[in-house]
Design a protein around this ligand. Structure first.
Ligand code: SAM
Length: 306
């Protein structure tokens, strides 16, 4: 199977990689309704509704139960992932960082729901139709950002730093960066470029959070593709075809955590498996997607770099 991806491809929130942002918001909406201890994203359901895919709206708003379509584990992972990045940003801004960059912001509503310290500027970067949709939809809902929210509508394989600077970003100030749910959708060399650029634009004491997926062992990727195909098949039976196996880039790539560590970042991390256990959530079974080994990593840019 080959990827349907190509250089310069674009999407909205109902198609290609954009639909993964909507599906992530569906999981957050279901998780928020189930239990607000780890995640409280009141904007997830209304954003999904506005995207206009009937099945996803009904799942997000609770009209149909997730059974069989959104597995409990996906909901649990949405909870711990949201919590990890929420805590990352709150800790970073508590240290005095006032500049935040959310790479691949999708339908993430942190700029509208986290209690950012006064004076925090939050930049959100994603493809033009994704960014514009969220801005327009949340404004129509009367939502007000809880920080000085600025957007850069840009492809993260292109010259996104120019767009970020044009929006007011100041590389001389420490920044808290996140790349959540992004790296697997970038070609390997674009991932390296993105992490290099984040490093170049990071003043000392900047922070970063992202995911580290270990490189595949023989047979891993076939199992992952089969699992994604099984999931897509279930959605297709309900007239929504995310074709998930074809959206990622496969093969070897530099793992994000050692790559960043080599460039002067002091990182710590925790696997999804351990994070679920730490929050008292059920363990992963039949982990064909190899989610358990994904590590959420975060850390600080050292004063001196290699
Ligand atoms: N971070 C959000 C979250 O966790 O809900 C969205 C994650 S979603 C799985 C992947 C996101 O990456 C989408 O919003 C998609 O538009 C964005 N993305 C992937 N490749 C991109 C690219 N080359 N340029 C801009 N955005 C990209």
């Amino acid at each position: 199977m080959t990827s349907t991806r190509h250089d310069g491809d674009t999407w909205d929130l109902a198609s290609s990689v954009g639909a993964t942002a909507t599906m992530a918001a569906v999981a957050r909406a279901i998780a928020t309704r189930a239990d607000r201890r780890l995640i409280d994203d009141p904007f997830a359901a209304p954003l999904v509704r506005a995207v206009g895919i009937d099945l996803l709206t009904r799942l997000a708003t609770g009209d149909v139960p997730p059974d069989g379509l959104v597995e409990q584990v996906a909901i649990d992972v949405a909870k711990v992932r949201a919590r990890f990045y929420d805590e990352f940003f709150l800790e970073a801004t508590n240290t005095g960082i006032t500049q935040v960059v959310i790479l691949a912001s999708g339908l993430d509503s942190r700029a509208y729901r986290l209690p950012w310290p006064i004076g925090t500027v939050v930049y959100e970067l994603d493809q033009p139709r994704v960014v514009e949709f969220k801005t327009r939809t949340l404004a129509a809902l009367g939502a007000v950002p809880t920080a000085d929210r600025r957007v850069a509508a840009v492809d993260l394989r292109d010259d996104w730093p120019a767009a970020l600077r044009a929006a007011g970003f100041d590389p001389a100030r420490p920044t808290a960066w996140s790349a959540e749910g992004l790296l697997g959708y970038l070609p390997p060399e674009a991932q390296d470029r993105l992490l290099d650029t984040v490093t170049e634009l990071s003043a000392p004491e900047s922070r970063v959070a992202t995911e580290n997926r270990p490189n595949p062992k023989p047979g891993d990727e076939d199992r992952t593709k089969e699992a994604l195909n099984r999931i897509s098949e279930r959605w297709r039976a309900h007239s929504f075809d995310p074709d998930m196996a074809r959206l990622r880039y496969y093969g070897e790539r530099n793992e994000a955590a050692p790559y960043l560590a080599d460039r002067g970042w002091a990182l710590t991390g925790i696997s999804v498996r351990d994070l679920l256990a730490a929050h008292g959530l059920p363990p992963l079974r039949d982990d064909d997607l190899r989610m358990g080994d994904v590590r959420y990593v975060s850390g600080v840019r050292n004063k001196t770099t290699k």
